[in-house]
Design a binder for this molecule. Structure first.
Ligand code: ADP
Length: 555
């Protein structure tokens, strides 16, 4: 092989090597123009690239000129319209040869004179079938006749330059993409940290995936809890047409499949590179979803823990208040009785003793309710059913409740003859006692509280009626829930404030009485509910299965 050819091949191999390297583009292009000049024996060589508008040429690498001059020039893109030679090469995609620059129609005479150009070779830089710029090779010292081989060499060099530009742009694109991804995930992370809508973030991410790969559209679908159906959490672009090329990626979570990312494109299937990119998107979408779920779970748990903590604290303070009030009364009355400064009048003494008795009953009721509530929830809760006569049951409950307000009349209105039910005497008496106590407590004033009973073929219905404020309609079911109290923000979620009643105006309580009533009645196979009377006041009904008089007929 002749020396010149060997050197030629070596230089070309050299160019190919650094064109494919990850060097920064300007440096690669500088090296290319330098080698281009050397290989063709030219004095100058330069690469010009079209800008985005296709209207200007950017001098991207210049060899053989004063560096101060080239730096200055690099800052000023040339309008393509003023560059006839470049125009021709870019339009035709063909190499242009200028044997004598001084007379050739296509040269800019001012520049020819300035640089002293004699012969010029202009080769198109083509990338994927599109001309993106030009490679100029200029002979200044003397006219030069470009050989076939020179043209070929310049064309090869131009092709290498195009590869380098391609690489650099791909690399730049990849870096831009990585930046974009990074930014979008940082935003996703920030959004997650502030609890913002993960759906919007996934939507952005999908949009980014669609734009980056030039897809027509895409969808991100999540698996429902049943693990069979899916729902779209994000969509972008337009819906897929029949037969369009699709790419689908599973979003594989730590605990199983979360969903899928799918993109489609009319113009043809996705390349391996694009698929790799989409797989990365799928990976990021997966972790965004997993993080969001984790975050939501944590939030939920934290909320529950806080709520539990709060209600426990409130409950304890309520219990201690409820226990302390009657205790303080007992203490106060007994202390006065034991150390009278002056002898007490007999009726005062009696009032004080009644006061002690009533406070002790309140305490007892409270403790009974607390014990009942925990017993009702334990496995040990059983009922010992026996035939009970309703009048006896009602009287027992009424006398127990009456202690709370000895001034109030409790009117009992029962039908003629005996009524029997089957049940646990203590428990059913507790139900009635709670209802009558509530009526006395929540319906202040002097109006009597009424307790009545009625029966049909199969059922006995007991009703406790008062003339108080009644129960707000929206709370009428919930008053039977554990700890629910009307107007009490402290112990309930979704508190009902109504009819001027609030935590401060309504009598204190634990919100356990009606809960216990319902549990007991349900354990007896019966029903309990509340209504508001037509003229105000509340009505509580308890319905139990009727039994025949066991003395006469034991069926
Ligand atoms: P407590 O009386 O300890 O608050 P209960 O379970 O007995 O608990 O009652 C739950 C809630 O139902 C009470 O806080 C009260 O708001 C309402 N309530 C119960 N009985 C009546 C009544 N007779 N009239 C009006 N409201 C009532």
């Amino acid at each position: 092989m002749p020396e010149a050819t060997r050197r030629h091949d070596e230089v070309l191999a050299d160019i190919a090597r650094f064109a494919g390297s990850s060097l920064e583009l300007p440096e690669v292009l500088e090296r290319i123009v330098e080698r281009a000049a050397a290989l063709t024996g030219a004095d100058r060589a330069s690469i010009w690239l079209l800008d985005r508008s296709g209207q200007h040429l950017l001098p991207s690498a210049l060899f053989g000129m004063d560096s101060a001059f080239t730096d200055e020039w690099k800052r000023h893109p040339l309008p393509l319209a003023e560059e006839r030679l470049s125009q021709e090469v870019i339009a035709t995609g063909q190499t242009a040869v200028v044997e004598d620059a001084t007379i050739d129609q296509r040269t800019d005479k001012a520049s020819v004179e300035f640089f002293g150009d004699q012969s010029i070779l202009v080769v198109p830089l083509a990338r994927r079938g599109r001309v993106i710029g030009t490679l100029f090779v200029n002979h200044v010292r003397q006219r030069y006749h470009f050989t076939e081989e020179d043209t070929e060499t310049a064309t090869t060099i131009a092709a290498q330059a195009a590869v380098a530009i391609d690489n650099a742009q791909l690399y730049g694109e990849a870096r831009r993409l990585a930046d974009q991804l990074h930014r979008s995930f940082r935003h996703a992370g920030e959004a997650l940290a502030t609890g913002a809508d993960v759906g919007a973030n996934l939507e952005n991410m999908l949009q980014l995936a669609v734009e980056t790969t030039g897809a027509d559209g895409g969808a991100l679908e999540l698996l429902e809890e049943d693990h069979r159906t899916t729902y779209a959490i994000a969509q972008a672009g337009r819906a897929p047409d029949e037969g369009v090329a699709r790419s689908r990626f599973p979003l594989q979570g730590a605990a199983g499949l979360l969903g899928t990312l799918e993109l489609w494109r009319e113009s043809g299937p996705f390349s391996d590179g694009e698929r790799a990119l989409l797989a990365a998107f799928a990976g990021h979408a997966r972790s965004a979803i997993e993080h969001a779920r984790l975050y939501a779970n944590l939030q939920e748990e934290r909320k529950r823990a806080l709520q539990a903590e709060r209600s426990q604290a409130e409950f304890s303070s309520m219990i201690s208040h409820e226990l302390r009030t009657p205790l303080a009364l007992i203490k106060g009355y007994s202390a006065t009785l034991l150390r009278p400064p002056v002898p007490l009048a007999p009726e005062r003494t009696r009032r004080f003793i009644e006061g002690i008795d009533s406070a002790a009953t309140r305490l007892q009721r409270l403790i009974d309710n607390l014990l009942s509530a925990s017993r009702l929830e334990s496995d040990m809760f059983t009922i010992s059913p026996q035939p009970l006569e309703v009048q006896w049951l009602v009287q027992r409950a009424v006398s127990a409740a009456a202690v709370l307000d000895q001034q109030r009349e409790i009117r009992v209105d029962l039908p003629e003859g005996e009524l029997w039910v089957l049940g646990d005497a203590d428990q059913l008496a507790q139900v009635l006692e709670n209802l009558v106590s509530n009526a006395l407590k929540y319906a202040p004033g002097n109006d009597p509280v009424r307790v009545s009973a009625a029966r049909d073929e199969t059922r006995v219905r007991l009703s406790v009626v008062d003339t108080g404020p009644g129960v707000p309609r929206e709370a009428i079911e919930r008053i039977f829930d554990k700890f629910f109290r009307v107007g009490d923000g402290a112990s309930t979620e979704g508190t009902v404030e109504s009819q001027g009643r609030s935590a401060t105006t309504q009598p204190r309580g634990l919100g356990l009485g009606l809960y216990i009533c319902r549990r007991i009645v349900q354990a007896h196979g019966g029903r309990i509910w509340a209504e508001n009377g037509p003229e105000g006041g509340s009505v509580f009904h308890v319905e139990l299965a009727a039994r025949a008089n066991p003395g006469r007929d034991l069926t």
